[in-house]
Design a binder for this molecule. Structure first.
Ligand SMILES: *Cc1c(COP(=O)(O)O)cnc(C)c1O
Length: 324
């Protein structure tokens, strides 16, 4: 990062950013890409670029864009969200079809469908390519665009045994994070057609995401793509190992993980998930309370087999404590 060549990226003159964007576009099979400070900004810029104020956007009720982005679609793009039920991260095609509005002076225009893969709230589930394809075909046949929130698209690709480009093939735009499992300190990517990305650069600028000599950050993004993508399988292997042993512990229920997220239902124990997470944190094990009775454990490049063993010891001890 210290040696990254830099320039003014708002003028398109930062060689490190340009290199990152070209590499990123290629890796998700799109014409062009734009670097953004966060995944949230990437999703928001993509929606802003695809839509007009007053449009209706279809997305699942558990999607990150709807659940965790502070109502940004309403605030920033002035669109109306129409949420659909999802089961393990998957919406029902019939529900999507039924939600697409016909032309009528009373109705907003349905212009965008958002998908997510891997699906965060579904415990890092890698949704099959056939699902993404089917949803995209359905949307396109009704004239909608498709945005894929692929914050962890490389985890999805690894789990599905296909390229990230294949996962995103039918999406008009895709966002992914260089942070998280890819280990860069900051940064995300939005990719799509060259024309779309030109628009997304304007949206990024509106959102305050035009950065100057940001090549120092892009350099870490290049390392993420060149070195970290290839090792994600290791995180998945450790997550499976963690889940397998955890599933033998009393009071909890573990969903077998597709990727690096282990989702643990804590319905069967007496303390609420946030309190359980606090008790684990006291012993040096960090977990996210996703719901009142669900915690999330994540493996990543700084977690080794030995750490998993230690974490299991702590979890077992804390579960015994709350059971007595
Ligand atoms: C983390 C995440 C984002 C947002 O990324 P930030 O960089 O935290 O803003 C978007 N979508 C999904 C599915 C995520 O998991």
């Amino acid at each position: 990062m210290a040696e990254a060549p830099v320039g003014d990226d708002v003028y398109g003159e930062d060689p490190s950013i340009n290199r990152l964007e070209a590499l990123a576009a290629e890796m998700v099979g799109k014409e062009a890409a734009v670097y953004v400070p966060s995944g949230t900004m990437g999703n928001q810029a993509a929606v802003m670029t695809h839509t007009q104020r007053g449009d209706e956007v279809l997305l699942d009720e558990n999607s990150h864009i709807f659940f965790y982005e502070v109502g940004g679609l309403a605030v920033l793009s002035g669109v109306q969200t129409r949420t659909l039920r999802s089961v393990r991260g998957a919406m029902n095609p019939g529900d999507v079809s039924a939600a697409i509005r016909p032309e009528n002076i009373h109705f907003p225009r349905t212009t965008l469908l958002c998908l997510e893969n891997t699906h965060n709230r579904a415990g890092g589930r890698a949704l099959p390519v056939e699902y993404i394809d089917e949803m995209a075909d359905l949307a396109h046949s009704a004239g909608l665009k498709v945005h894929l929130d692929g914050a962890r698209i490389f985890n999805a690709a690894e789990a599905l045994g296909v390229s990230a480009g294949r996962v995103a093939q039918k999406a008009d735009s895709v966002m992914f994070c260089l942070s998280k499992g890819l280990s860069a300190p900051v940064g995300s990517i939005v990719a799509g057609t060259a024309e779309f990305i030109e628009g997304a650069r304007r949206s990024r600028k509106i959102l305050g995401g035009g950065m100057r000599q940001a090549g120092i950050l892009a350099q870490a993004g290049i390392v993420a793509l060149e070195e970290m993508v290839a090792r994600l399988g290791e995180d998945h292997r450790l997550a499976r190992q963690l889940a397998e042993i955890l599933s033998g512990f009393p009071g909890i229920e573990v969903t077998p993980p597709d990727t690096n997220i282990v989702s643990v239902s804590t319905e069967g124990i007496r303390v609420p998930a946030p309190q359980l997470a606090a008790m684990l944190a006291e012993q040096g094990v960090l977990a996210n309370a996703m719901d009142p009775a669900r915690i999330r454990l994540v493996t990543h490049k700084d977690v080794m087999e030995d750490d998993v063993r230690k974490a299991l010891g702590v979890i077992e001890q804390v579960l015994t404590e709350v059971a007595s």
